[in-house]
Ligand binder design. Sequence first.
Ligand SMILES: Cc1cc2nc3c(=O)[nH]c(=O)nc-3n(C[C@H](O)[C@H](O)[C@H](O)COP(=O)(O)O)c2cc1C
Ligand SMILES: CCCCC(=O)C(=O)O
Length: 359
Amino acid sequence: MKALSLRELEAAARALLEPGIHDLFAGGSEDEVSLRANEDAFARVGLVPRVLRGRGAPRLDTELLGCRASLPIVLAPTAFHRLAHPEGERATARAAAAAGAIFTVSMASTTAIEDIAQAGGPLWFQLYLQPDRGFTEALVRRVEAAGCKALVVTVDSPVFGRRERDLRNGFMDLPPGLCCENMRPLGPDGERGPARSIAFSPTLSWADVDWLRELTSLPIALKGVLHPEDAKRSLDSGVDALFVSNHGGRQLDTVPAPLELLAPIADAVGDRLPLVLDGGVRRGTDALKAFALGARAVAIGRPVLWGLAVGGEAGVAHVLSLLRSELERALALCGCGSADDASPELLHFSRWEPRWRTS
Ligand SMILES: Cc1cc2nc3c(=O)[nH]c(=O)nc-3n(C[C@H](O)[C@H](O)[C@H](O)COP(=O)(O)O)c2cc1C
Ligand SMILES: CCCCC(=O)C(=O)O
């Protein structure tokens, strides 16, 4: 029975996954306040449609960081796809390529970037800048050679968030046979060495972004910028986009939902940097609300893992197809011909006080 919504798919994935793996994917940090806030924020904003605008069937195609995409929904970087399905990132990449969607490959992917690139679709590569600059440089050269079209540098992780579900379940590392394949340095003949672990470093600073900017001509997005002052600062650093993200509620807990933080960031950067919002996007209407508040695209994390767990490539294809048709319908119902047509006039923020005519 095919899931009618991402909610149904989430339930199906939960029933299939080994409980510790389910928790690894589903969980957030500490009290999971941010995790809950992400989805709740969308439910608390209403849509007030415009009618009779005659805009025709909505168009979803877009361009982001020099990549054409058939829809403004990006696959966010998520680690360890082979824990969800034996074909792992290969299956994800094939589904994304077939749908014309951009796939952001996690630095912690369980498949090497060269093998993921075989699918032929547009790829971005997510990077945790490593204190060992030599290693980071080698990895950047490697993903450039593999054909990745942009780097997404995650900046919300100077240390790793405390994920208490994983601590309780004793999930410490990947099981034998799996590793972070991109963390295996390439030898002179392309042979892959032993995997090293990903370092999280509180010494990283804007100077490291400047260094990366000098190192590569690939477009760079910073992922996890939430403060308008940091958004403004990023204008000076030569980066090309921002992911407005709280890492799916997995890093600092009690960070508000990215949806609530989006408008001040959009104000801070104006038209100078495209914004991608992630965290809690589960419906076409969610995406539309993010567009209305200034996002150029949204990204989805967990839903891709649910699709993978339930049906491998076909499951991820189903996730993208559900969101595509929901977004088309939501835009049409709001009188929009594209995501660019979505504006704050469509939004209703509920501080409801009864008002009625007295005369
Ligand atoms: C299981 C899992 C693994 C993740 N791995 C990464 C990662 O390797 N790098 C990263 O920048 N973000 C990672 N994220 C965060 C996602 O990129 C994204 O910000 C978040 O999942 C979006 O929220 P959503 O899951 O509610 O859609 C991960 C999230 C999950 C759930
Ligand atoms: C070492 C893997 C990091 C994955 C990650 O960022 C996450 O689980 O949120």
